[in-house]
Design a protein around this ligand. Structure first.
Ligand code: IPE
Ligand code: IPE
Ligand code: MG
Length: 242
């Protein structure tokens, strides 16, 4: 066969595009190692894949795209790797600040930003300022983010205010999470072959559809994203009903 075993690209139902897609950007290190490159080269490739994914999903009409960029546990990595990731974020943000208004993308950061390097914090503040004026797709970057940490902080904020325990509802707790005004993800994608959440959006993923693939994050191109969305479109969501 002339086209070998290339799979046909799925045709998406344009009337059933997920409102909110989340992705754990995993597999950068292995992508680089497979090519005999340093792990940091994988993080560079991963940040390009992120940019491309955001633009593609925006073109499909996705309204929220939330990515896991750095977890509260990722500080366990060698200092050089952590530094390289922070450096990439720095470069990415400088570029994003220039392009954001033009692409009308709204950028937000979810996580404990306090321990981040000062220069990065300044860029984040600048990004937030520009984002106020944009109305397009919202991209949420989870940075020094941990799902358990997020819930602990929400509980602390309620206790600090002396809230009557009987008045605590799911909505009230949800309003203290980083994701307060963001709808729950409809689809969460985990590339890189691991079948776990690794502390990503524990509360928000309660009824989310999951898509796991062995494809490494830097290889998650438009065709791979289509496969994830097509899988989502084939699911029946019941939310506990019948
Ligand atoms: C994800 O890729 C990026 C971060 C966690 C920052 P990894 O660096 O975890 O890549 P693998 O899983 O080692 O291949
Ligand atoms: C999850 O990937 C975190 C990010 C992609 C930012 P990890 O590579 O840290 O996850 P584990 O350690 O394999 O669970
Ligand atoms: Mg990993």
């Amino acid at each position: 066969m002339i086209f070998g075993k290339q799979e046909a690209r799925p045709v998406l139902d344009k009337t059933n595009i997920p409102v909110h897609i989340a992705a754990i950007m995993d597999g950068n290190g292995r992508w680089a190692q497979k090519r005999g490159l340093p792990r940091t080269a994988g993080h560079s490739a991963g940040s390009e894949a992120f940019q491309n994914a955001a633009e593609y999903l925006q073109s499909l009409g996705v309204q929220y795209f939330t990515v896991y960029a750095f977890s509260t546990e990722n500080w366990k990595r060698p200092a050089e790797e952590v530094q390289a990731i922070m450096g990439l974020l720095d470069r990415y943000l400088r570029k994003a600040i220039r392009e954001m208004a033009e692409k009308n993308i709204r950028l937000r950061f979810l996580g404990d930003l306090e321990p981040l390097p000062e220069s990065l914090k300044k860029l984040i503040a600048e990004t937030n300022e520009i984002s106020r004026g944009t109305t397009g797709m919202q991209v949420n970057v989870c940075l020094n983010y941990g799902g358990r940490d997020e819930i602990v902080r929400a509980v602390r904020s309620l206790v600090r205010e002396g809230v009557d325990p009987e008045t605590i509802t799911e909505d009230l707790l949800g309003s203290r999470l980083y994701s307060a005004d963001i709808p729950d993800p409809d689809l969460t994608i985990r590339p890189g072959g691991e079948l776990r959440l690794s502390n990503f959006l524990l509360w928000q993923n309660a009824y989310t559809e999951f898509y796991f693939t062995d494809t490494l994050w830097p290889d998650m191109d438009e065709a791979e994203l289509d496969k994830a969305i097509a899988a989502y479109q084939g699911r029946k969501r019941r939310f506990g009903g019948i």
